[in-house]
Design a protein around this ligand. Structure first.
Ligand SMILES: [Zn+2]
Length: 268
């Protein structure tokens, strides 16, 4: 499934204001968000040319072939929304096979094999994993802001999901891992989120990953649900009603395969 969104005008100004150390924007490079089909799990690649930022890596090593097919040779950052297997199961393979500029995660000490493997690879490859607050990640004329959960020290992985806001010109996309209502409400209360164009549904379309207030604030035009065969009832029928209200476009990776959003207007 391919979607193309055009946002001309603002982008040119942003290119001109980019500091020179940033990834150069080549004419013809297209800026894309790939919501990768990794079954029941999450993996989103934000890509400009052969550079990318990966948010989550699915449950297994499928991610390697998917990234190879997309022609990414460098990851400015790999971000784990949280430490559950369906989000970091493929992260050790990514760290083994790609140059990764930095690894950002929620800092929780997760007692699972995948989290341990990630820490081993960070050490083996010398990939830094700084504590928050994090500098925005600049990918050409796009800015990727990564925020820790506004809920402090509650220890629950889902509600400790990192929040990722992708901005390019007037385009906005928001990824919130497996955040549940508690974290979504905290984001609203702290006024950390606003209108977006594309929203990755929290928690694979679970009932506890959406509220009417969340959609009133974020006002997405497109919702992407990263989901595969599962026994959890994802996506939940009531959540689907919320997402589909008003004729909003809702795309599911289990039905559409990988969903790619192309944001046009940056080629100069
Ligand atoms: Zn999950």
């Amino acid at each position: 499934m391919q979607l193309r969104l055009g946002f001309f005008g603002v982008l040119v100004l942003q290119v001109l204001t980019c500091p020179p150390a940033l990834v150069a924007l080549q004419a013809g490079d297209s800026f894309q968000l790939h919501f990768l089909n990794v079954g029941q799990g999450d993996a989103t690649l934000i890509q400009l040319g052969n550079k990318g930022v990966l948010v989550d890596a699915g449950r297994g090593d499928d991610i390697v072939l998917l990234l190879q097919d997309l022609g990414v040779d460098t990851l400015l950052a790999a971000i784990a929304s949280h430490n559950h297997d369906d989000h970091i199961g493929g992260m050790d393979a990514v760290l083994a096979d790609w140059p990764v500029g930095r690894y950002l995660y929620n800092g929780l000490d997760a007692p699972n094999r995948n989290a341990a493997a990630v820490l081993e690879w960070l050490d083996a490859r010398g990939v830094p994993s700084p504590d928050p607050p994090w500098e925005p990640i600049v990918l050409g004329d796009a800015v990727i802001r990564v925020l820790p959960s506004p809920l402090e020290d509650q220890g629950d992985e889902n509600n400790a999901s990192l929040v990722v806001l992708v901005e390019r010109g007037r385009f906005r996309a928001l990824l919130t891992g497996d955040s549940e209502v508690e974290e979504l409400n905290a984001l609203l209360a702290a006024r950390l989120v606003g209108d977006v164009d594309v929203l990755k549904a929290a928690h694979h379309g679970a009932r506890n990953g959406v509220t009417p207030g969340w959609l009133q604030r974020t006002r997405p035009e497109v919702v992407v649900i990263s989901v595969g065969p599962n026994n959890y009832g994802h996506p939940d029928p009531w959540a689907m009603r919320y997402y589909q209200a008003g004729g909003r476009r809702v795309l599911r990776t289990d039905r559409e395969g990988t969903v790619t959003v192309t944001v046009e207007g940056g080629a100069v």
